[in-house]
Structures are given as structure tokens and as C-alpha cells.
Design a protein around this ligand. Structure first.
Ligand SMILES: O=C(O)c1cc(=O)[nH]c(=O)n1[C@@H]1O[C@H](COP(=O)(O)O)[C@@H](O)[C@H]1O
Length: 277
């Protein structure tokens, strides 16, 4: 997928919502547990109920890896289901990878070629040659952790280490000089809304994946105040538990749709208020 296609989809749906597919079998409705593949069955129903309200899906691979080979098969079936039925949707493998160059290339092949995701999350800690192998893939995106939503996100990322600037700013600024940096996006937590102004000063046009609304308490309006880019929107706002576990009963997919609809309606208003869509 290209950025132009992603922006077109956002404007068409008046939504920059990403639904996080973080399936936990201990929270899955009991009537699904007897099906052949409860994780896939759960995802399929969530996707069918929300695809018109969301522009992206983000399975976090931890929730699949935890179930071994069966979990990986559920992930494979989920991405294939999205790609076959809703190819207009942007897909994110939330795997937070990154290693020495030849290893990163194999990670990139796993997520971009074998599974055919549009993007993957990576950690910047090992530097340019650990991220550039991901960036080399055309029309695929590498979403690098910048300022994360968790409390400990400031332990290192917020420290003034280089030129009296916090580490996360240096990470963003430097990475934008790397080869194929047009394929970079950044993760910035919704719980850190007050930081978006400074981030937009150094990355005005980059897409930001913003997890942390819903269960972690981040504010959509707070993020959009400075995070929204008037030309390309530049935001994908993720909610996982707040949508997929809105109900743990047989009505789970309908309840997820209602929660997704609430966020989409807020997004449509924000876009209209900014004369964007
Ligand atoms: O990379 C991520 O997606 C991520 C980065 C971050 O800073 N904070 C964060 O919560 N996430 C992920 O976003 C999702 C948030 O889930 P909920 O809190 O249930 O909406 C989880 O899959 C997290 O692993």
C-alpha cells in the first residue's frame, strides 16, 4: 500500500482508526472456545463488524506467539483474511523487531513477504543498520518506537542525553536521514499528548501510530490538537482492548462495532472541524 492510498482511505471513511487484534483466550467469549480456531474465529467476526469504520488492523504478535504454532497459524489466517476480503485496509504486524542487518532482513521477509503485512513495528535501539533492511522494502512501512505510551517510556526515551535534547527527539530526527526514510512511521503514545507539538516540529509529515486510547486512558482530542497534519492527516489511532473486549458475551462483535463507531464519529468530527474531510 502507498501513503496516498492510505490517506485516500482515511478521507473516504472519515476515520483514522486502527483496531488492535490482541486476542487473549482467557477473555474470549466461551461459545467460541469449541470452534476449530477460536482466535481466528474471534478476529474474523471483529473484522467483519468493524472494517467499514477502521483503516488499519494491528495484531500484536505476542498474543499469537503465546499459543505456539497454533497461534502463528491463527495470525497467518487473520492476515490472509484481511488481505483477501478487505485489501484496502492497512495492516500492521506489531512485533517490535530489530537486530543486526542480516537478521533484520529475515524479520522483514517474514512480515512483508511471507505474511504480507503492509508494515511492522521495530525498536530503534540497535541503530541505522538494524532498521534500514526493513526500509528497503518498497510500499512497505517500518513503524519505529519513538515515545511509547507506557509509564517507563520516559525512563530512557525522555532523558536529555544528546545535545540537551531528549533521546526520542534524536531518534526521530536522525532516523529521518536514513536510506528510504520515506518508508518510516513512528510510534507515539496517546498518553503523551503534550509531546505532540514538539514531535510535529521535527517530523511534520510523518505518519504516527498512536496506541493508548481506550484501556490506557489517552485522549483522542488531546492527540489531534497538535498531532493532526492538515494535508495527510498523519495519524493512526489504535485501540485494542477498548474495542475487542467491549463485551465478553455472544454480542462481542456488535459491542466492538459500537465502540469503533464512537471513535470513528469523533474522528469524523475532528476532520470536519479542520476542514479535511
Ligand atoms: O507499538 C505499539 O503498538 C505500542 C506502543 C506503545 O507505546 N504502547 C502500546 O500500547 N503499544 C501496543 O498497542 C496496543 C495497546 O492496546 P490497548 O491498551 O489494549 O488499546 C498493544 O498491542 C500494545 O503492545
Amino acid at each position: 500500500m502507498t501513503i496516498t492510498e492510505l490517506v485516500g482511505e482515511i478521507k473516504k471513511k472519515k476515520s483514522f482508526l486502527c483496531v488492535g487484534l490482541d486476542v487473549d483466550l482467557t477473555k474470549t467469549p466461551s461459545h467460541l472456545l469449541n470452534t476449530e480456531d477460536p482466535i481466528f474465529e474471534f478476529n474474523k467476526q471483529i473484522i467483519d463488524a468493524t472494517h467499514h469504520l477502521a483503516v488499519a488492523y494491528k495484531p500484536n504478535t505476542a498474543f499469537y506467539e503465546a499459543y505456539g504454532i497454533k497461534g502463528w497459524q491463527s495470525l497467518d489466517k487473520t492476515i490472509n483474511y484481511i488481505n483477501q476480503n478487505y485489501p484496502e485496509i492497512f495492516t500492521i504486524a506489531d512485533a517490535k523487531r530489530g537486530d543486526i542487518g542480516n537478521t533484520s532482513t529475515m524479520y522483514a521477509k517474514a512480515f512483508f513477504e511471507d505474511l504480507n503485512f503492509d508494515s511492522v513495528t521495530v525498536a530503534p535501539y540497535m541503530g541505522s543498520d538494524s532498521v534500514e533492511p526493513f526500509l528497503a522494502f518498497k510500499d512497505k512501512f517500518t513503524i519505529m518506537l519513538a515515545l511509547t505510551s507506557n509509564k517507563g517510556g520516559l525512563d530512557f526515551q525522555g532523558k536529555d542525553l544528546i545535545n540537551n535534547k531528549p533521546l526520542y527527539k534524536e531518534v526521530i530526527k536522525t532516523s529521518l536521514t536514513w536510506n528510504n526514510s520515506e518508508n518510516l512511521m513512528f510510534v507515539v503514545g496517546a498518553t503523551k499528548a503534550e509531546y505532540f507539538k514538539g514531535i510535529r516540529e521535527i517530523a511534520p509529515n510523518s505518519f504516527l501510530l498512536v496506541p493508548g486510547v481506550g484501556a490506557q486512558g489517552g485522549s483522542l482530542e488531546g492527540v489531534c490538537e497538535f498531532g493532526l497534519n492538515k494535508e495527510n492527516i498523519g495519524l493512526l489511532i489504535n485501540s485494542s482492548r477498548g474495542i475487542i473486549y467491549a463485551s465478553k458475551g455472544e454480542d462481542f462483535a456488535n459491542a466492538a462495532q459500537i465502540e469503533a463507531q464512537k471513535l470513528q464519529a469523533q474522528m469524523a468530527k475532528i476532520l470536519a472541524d479542520n476542514n479535511i474531510a
